[in-house]
Structure formats: C-alpha cells, structure tokens
Design a protein around this ligand. Structure first.
Ligand code: NI
Length: 391
C-alpha cells in the first residue's frame, strides 16, 4: 500500500506542473487559445483576456443562460436577455403560506392556478373584540373567524356618545364598562320615534364642503360624505374636518369609475385605496359605499364588503346647478327614512343646503348619518346589501 501511495504522489507531481502552466485565454472575437503561463503577459498585451474579463453570464426569462461577450452585452439585452438572475425570476405566494420562485415565462401559468404576486394578496388582517390585530394566511381565515376574529375594525368597535354629544370609538369588550360610566349607545338628542333623514354629499371633498359643514354644525345636524379617493390629498383639511365633526365618511371610489366595467383587481383597488387614504388622512375607514352613478352588480356588492347606499331623493343638483331647484327637490317630497343625494362640489348646492337644513329641522326631521339611519330604522346596515332608503 505504501508503495502504491508513493507511486501515486510521484505521478501527480509529474502531471501537475504541466497542467498548471497551461492557461486558456479568449479574445473579443470569441476565440480561445491555450498558452503556457510564461506567455500570458505577452498574449494579454496582444488583446487576449481571462474568461471572466470578457464574458458575462446572461439569462432568459424562460430559464436559459449563456456566456455573452461583455462588450456585446447591450445587444443581448436588447433581445430580452438579462444580467441578473433576479430579473428573470419571480417569487410567487400561495394562500396557505408557501412561496416559490419561477421563471418569468411561467408566471402567468402559476397565477392561473392560484399563486399570487405579493405576500399581501395571500394574507388577511383580522381583528379581535379586545383590540388585537393579526395577519393570517388566507387559507386560515375561516378557522380564525370561527373562533372570534373578525374581518373589519367596524365589527370589533362600537361608537359611544356622552351627554355632551361627544363620540368615542371603543373596543367591543370595553363597551359595558363605558355604559356603566354613563356613556350611551345612541347619539343623545336622537329620538327614534321622530322622523329622520340622511343628507348625503357625493364627489367631494371640494371648495364648498366647508360651507356645508358650517351649516350642518350650526343646526346640530349630521350628514354623510361619499368621498372620491383621488381628491383626499388636495382636500385633506376638509376630510379631517368632516371626521372631527362626527360626519360619516363613505367611499365613492378612487376616481369615480363605473365599477361595473372593472376587473377584480381594478375594482378592489378603487375601493381599498380610497379606504386607505381616508384612514391615512382622517383616521377613519369608510364603512359605507356609494358606487359612482349608483352602478353596481354582484361583483361590486361583493368587493365593497360594505352596505351600498343609493338614494330615494335625487336632487339633480349637479345638473340644474340651481339652489331653488335643489331646495324644492328636497322639501317637496321629503319623508321619514329618506336618503337624499346631493354633491358638495357645486356652489348652488351649498346655497341650497343653507335653506334645506333649517327647513327640515323646523319640520321636525332629525338629520342623521346613513349608518345612524340604518341603526335606528333597521338595527344596522348589512354589507353587500343595497339601500335606497331605510324606513
Ligand atoms: Ni358621483
């Protein structure tokens, strides 16, 4: 054995120096040559290179790779090859918590069988009645709902009022303690046995919102503002004031699209982006929705996840732009449980509101938000259901 090892070592020593002195070099035409190490410096001076100096690995979106001359890299890129593996691969996520990295060319096929592009799409945030929040895989949602978690903050929070009419939003588990301390479930001054109507204002906030808010405050009235998401940045002060004054803020889409024309992704971003923006600016997540044009179908009702609020009195204020006409549209037929449609982006509407609100109060109507109307007249509004009035 010892003799064999000695022979092996001798053989290696005989071979290694020869191999070690051979070097393969490459030129810019893609040719290669093998030279002795002593010749390398001269060859390099003549335009030969080590492999890594002139070749770069490029990748295709369907998983192929090849060595491209670095000085031709732009040509390869122009026909769809990429320098980084991360540019040709995509990580996808499943609703039960798996993730997978696939070639870009495979992505559509994976999406078609239930994989998703972002972790957000496969997670759902759930809430508990004592104020905890948890993010779970979509596949786990039903199990969590079965043991007392909820999909929306509205389900785990309750708005309470004190004798001065101040509002406080508390966790459901805190309600009993607040009631014992004298807080009330209903806004004081509202009498369920007397008539009430919900004024609603669409398409804002806008330059006349403040004037309408002034009028509402002066008459101890509440209303609901169905806001358009892409206006909330510009009219953030008005949105905040609506919230601070206890007005209800509803969702009227992101950019006033006809929601029945949209695919699932566009539809949910119209709704979710508006809710997120209202939450960001005013700290309030809309819990009621009015689809633009009153236009809805099963997909819209399902995606909204909120009650859909239409109207029983259409003032046509946007069309007439006439305060008398808007005033008459309301006072000529208003009755208990009506939901009245106006727009806070027109000056004649603000002028009409300044006459409508005192007149309704004079006639004994209580001006409430849409959710209050639902609470008093129907014991609450149901998500996915459509309301023209609540009587
Ligand atoms: Ni509208």
């Amino acid at each position: 054995m010892r003799n064999f090892m000695a022979a092996l070592v001798a053989a290696l020593i005989a071979v290694l120096p020869v191999r070690a002195t051979e070097v393969t070099l490459y030129n810019l035409n893609g040719e290669e040559t093998t030279v002795r190490s002593g010749d390398v410096k001269r060859m390099r001076d003549e335009g030969w290179y080590y492999f890594d100096e002139i070749y770069t690995v490029v990748y295709s979106e369907d998983g192929r790779s090849l060595n491209a001359l670095t000085n031709r890299l732009d040509e390869w890129k122009s026909v769809g090859w990429h320098e980084n593996l991360s540019d040709v691969q995509t990580t996808l996520y499943s609703e039960d918590g798996r993730s997978i990295t696939v070639w870009n060319s495979e992505v559509e096929a994976y999406l078609a069988v239930g994989w998703y592009r972002t972790p957000e799409e496969v997670h759902t945030t759930l809430y508990s009645e004592d104020g905890r929040e948890i993010s779970v895989w979509n596949a786990e949602v039903e199990a969590y709902l079965a043991v007392g978690w909820y999909r929306t903050l509205e389900e785990v929070q309750t708005v309470l009022y004190n004798e001065n009419g101040e509002e406080k939003t508390v966790w459901n588990t805190e309600v009993e303690a607040y009631l014992a301390a004298g807080w009330l479930r209903n806004r004081p001054g509202i009498d369920a046995s007397r008539p009430m109507v919900a004024l609603t204002f669409d398409d804002g906030p806008g330059p006349y919102t403040d004037r309408i808010l002034d009028c509402l405050v002066n008459n101890n009235a509440k209303a609901t503002f169905f806001v358009v998401g892409n206006r909330l940045g510009r009219y953030g002060a008005q949105l905040k004031r609506e919230a601070e004054l206890g007005m209800e803020i509803g969702n009227h889409s992101w950019d006033h699209a006809n929601l029945t024309n949209l695919g699932a992704a566009a539809l949910s971003s119209q709704i979710n982006n508006t809710n997120a923006k209202a939450q960001e600016i005013a700290g309030i997540c809309p819990a009621v929705m009015r689809p633009p044009y009153g236009s809805h179908n099963a997909s819209v009702r399902s995606a909204a996840g909120m009650p859909l609020i239409l109207w029983s009195i259409d003032t046509l204020d946007w069309k007439t732009r006439n305060a008398d006409s808007t005033y008459n549209a309301v006072v000529s037929k208003v009755k208990d449980g009506d939901i009245i449609l106006m727009h806070d982006i027109h000056e004649p509407t603000a002028a009409a509101v300044e006459r409508i609100v005192p007149e309704l109060v004079r006639r004994g109507f209580q001006l409430v938000t849409v959710s209050e109307l639902g609470q008093y007249r129907a014991g609450g509004l149901e998500a996915g259901r459509v309301y023209n009035s609540v009587r």
